[in-house]
Design a protein around this ligand. Sequence first.
Ligand SMILES: [Zn+2]
Length: 679
Amino acid sequence: MRTTKYLPLLAICMIMTGCNSKKEAATLTTGIDLANLDTTAQPGTDFYQYACGGWIKSHPLTAEYSRFGSFDLLAENTRQQLNDLITGLSAKTDNAPGSVAQKIGDLYNIAMDSVKLNHDGAEPIKAELAAIEALKDKADIYSYLAEAQKLGVRPYFQLYIAADDKNSSVNLVQTYQGGLGMGQRDYYLEQDENTVNIRTKYQEHVGKMFQLAGYDEATAQRAVKAVMDIETRLAKAASSQVELRDPQANYNKMDLAKLKATYPTFDWDTYFSISGLNGVREVNIGQPKAMQEVANVINTVPFDEQKLYLQWNLINAAAPYLGDDIVAQNFDFYGRTMSGQQEQRPRWKRSVGIVSAALGEALGQMYVEKYFPAEAKARMVTLVQDLQGALGERIKALPWMSEPTKEKALEKLAAFHVKIGYPDKWKDYSTLQIMNDSYWANVERASQWEYNDMIGKFGKPVDRDEWQMTPQTVNAYYNPTTNEICFPAAILQPPFFDMNADDACNYGAIGVVIGHEMTHGFDDQGRQYDKDGNMKDWWTKEDAEKFNERAQVMVNFFDSIEVAPGVYGNGQLTLGENIADHGGLKVAYQALQKAMQTRPLQTVDGFTPDQRFYLAFARVWAGNIRPEEIVRLTKLDPHSLAKWRVDGALPQIDTWYTAFDVTDKDPMFIPQEKRVNVW
Ligand SMILES: [Zn+2]
């Protein structure tokens, strides 16, 4: 749950240009397309516009996107490749029953079968809705919650199994707050006009969905009230996005006796037994206040109202997999109202996404076999080593950190577990059945498979070789409990990684991504974990204070950015990502300088190697975004907006000033003593 990703939203899959690692340096390009620039803008006024203005202009937002940038473009290309792989299987009639080919092909065909989907309408969830109606009393809720989560329906809270933060080789049963249809507590609590409007629309949405599911108007109105009452109570008790980033605050391990004493009305025995977790001895309750309110709600809210809330959770979870009227209403709220998206993605794109989620590593294996060249992995291994070396040099030279802390930091850096491209061991989907009953029933079985995969970890040591992302994901992550950095195959292509481009380009793009993930090991969260992934303080008191002082400069700076009229950035929420971007830039720049000692680079097209480094970095963040999406992401995303990952990050970097001759006459200028200086 605490894995830190490069991007908030998982995108799917990839394209690789023809690569040849044996290319002579002389044949490498700069990787910089001048058409992406807007040279009428000044680098020191708005570097984002200068470096990306051409791209932004030539890639206007289409109706199906609320945000579209380099990541999304790459994800689109990858999705096309996945589609080719999938449709190659779905067109066949002789796939062996039970084979991966049959599962991938059939699931896609079922997802694409609009005639059957519209004929069935809400029918595939009717039996489950009736089963909720038939629950006898509140005591039945616990067994229902345990059963529903297996099928991907999670009212009230979520259960998961992951490494114990303070004993990282052992898997621990954990809970996480949840149960909010709008996803995040601010939507229930804030009183500004925009939020109030979304809240009103949400209530209309709940009512319409109940009617589309076959209920009469009066029941739908009762449901709206029950859902809002319960969710508002849960929201009031929920932790904020900032509180969720504090690992200590979210670590509340207790034994079973204490768990039962703390939440005496909650029937833990029934819940764990039906969850398949017999013999649970310890649990981490991630957000105790939220769990307390869950127990109170179950215990005190009238049973009939709770049944409507449970039915809403089922309808909401199943909505994307039912008839088109339901899918359209679901999009109207979550896409149009919340994100400003104007049009739904075409069916084939949604279907590829579902196949890629349900059979992720099976499809991933086909994907890397066809599209991921061995040379790319080899060059990435070298790049990661270069970056690791550069970060080590920087740590040794830090003026503010004492020797004992440096020693521990260097040990942690040396212990990084590096994953590139794809896992060595693939997941086995042989127990997953794809059948021609309904789309939703297949999605439920895929959820059940995933649940079993997770529950299988109970009582077993943590598998450090498991991947938290599929190879076809355009993203990267750092996981503190395994001290691992991971770069899936799909991000290892242009504009991030270009086998045909020179070092200035690759160090500025994928190099900064690598440095970013490494720096997460030392950001405000990551620094609280040691080399073995245990949450354990390895800092001297003075060094920790100095770190916090330096981090506060970053918080204040991002707090002061007005991202939309009257809307400001959240420096505390985005602190870890901003530190990671900052460290990534400094480490990758230093690694480039070292590489240029043996592989010197020249000025090309009027741009020095240092300038190209910063242009390649900014290019990764080129994109367009709708106003609704700016507001939504600012509320919930621990990453700064793309524009500010460039225009907020670079004014903190001394060598950027030198590269572009930015002076105190330029609007982006920050006096040196006021710049962030952490890693
Ligand atoms: Zn990150």
